[in-house]
Design a binder for this molecule. Structure first.
Ligand SMILES: N[C@@H](CCC(=O)N[C@@H](CS)C(=O)NCC(=O)O)C(=O)O
Length: 215
């Protein structure tokens, strides 16, 4: 089989890159990674060479190109049906896809106000009601799924749904947004993943600064 190449942005800031990266790494799927740093304010011209949207992440596999983080995960899940990217049970799989779609389509207030920033020291910022209602909905999803499927991850074992929420775990921590014990316990499970720690270590070693993402 051709090798998979995942193009990503800066590990410190690129929340959308983090999602397929941690999904694939956490499920033991091998791939090559190519990091193309952001180059604000002009935008990095290399982005348009690797994706029709000029955005990361993008996955290349032979002559197939896939863009959009969730589409990348779906493609890889088809290639490796036994890797456990999605839960095995049909109900769990349906709900995992539903909450993943919520993540892609929503939570804009949180995403805009609180950019993922792994290097940023923990510090609160002033936030509007929209952010706090996004936080409340995400905490409800996490609580309901873990109560129903037993934890420690959303659907029991780590899956693509956890990967889709991985940058939120950083946001909740960095901007000190949550305090409930069950939310913090889910965040701990995520942060203990070897894949999480590998990404974090690489992010901490980066020196690029993107002013737009420094809230
Ligand atoms: N919906 C897309 C979002 C991709 C996206 O917005 N990526 C950002 C980085 S996290 C990007 O490439 N921005 C290009 C730029 O800022 O120049 C996905 O799920 O992959």
């Amino acid at each position: 089989m051709d090798r998979l190449t995942l193009y990503i942005g800066n590990k410190n800031y690129s929340s959308w890159s983090f999602r397929p990266w941690i999904a694939m790494t956490g499920c033991g799927i091998e791939f090559d990674e190519v990091l193309i740093p952001f180059d604000f304010p002009a935008g990095n011209p290399r982005f348009s060479e690797i994706s029709p949207t000029a955005r990361v992440p993008a996955l290349h596999h032979g002559n197939i190109r896939v863009w959009e983080s969730l589409a990348i995960i779906e493609y890889v899940a088809e290639l490796f049906p036994d890797a456990g990217l999605w839960p095995r049970h049909v109900k769990a799989r349906a709900e995992a896809r539903a909450v993943s779609c919520e993540m892609v389509a929503g939570f804009r207030a949180l995403r805009n106000a609180c950019p993922m920033n792994i290097r940023r020291p923990k510090q609160r910022i002033e936030l509007g009601d929209g952010v706090m209602s996004d936080v409340a909905r995400i905490e409800t999803i996490w609580r309901d799924m873990r109560d129903h499927f037993g934890g420690p991850f959303l659907f029991g074992a780590f899956s693509a749904a956890d990967a889709m929420f991985a940058p939120v775990v950083n946001r909740f921590e960095t901007y000190d947004l949550v305090a409930s014990a069950d939310t913090l316990s889910y965040m701990t499970a995520m942060k203990e993943l070897p894949a999480w720690q590998a990404w974090q270590q690489a992010a901490l070693a980066e020196t690029w600064i993107v002013p737009e993402d420094e809230a």
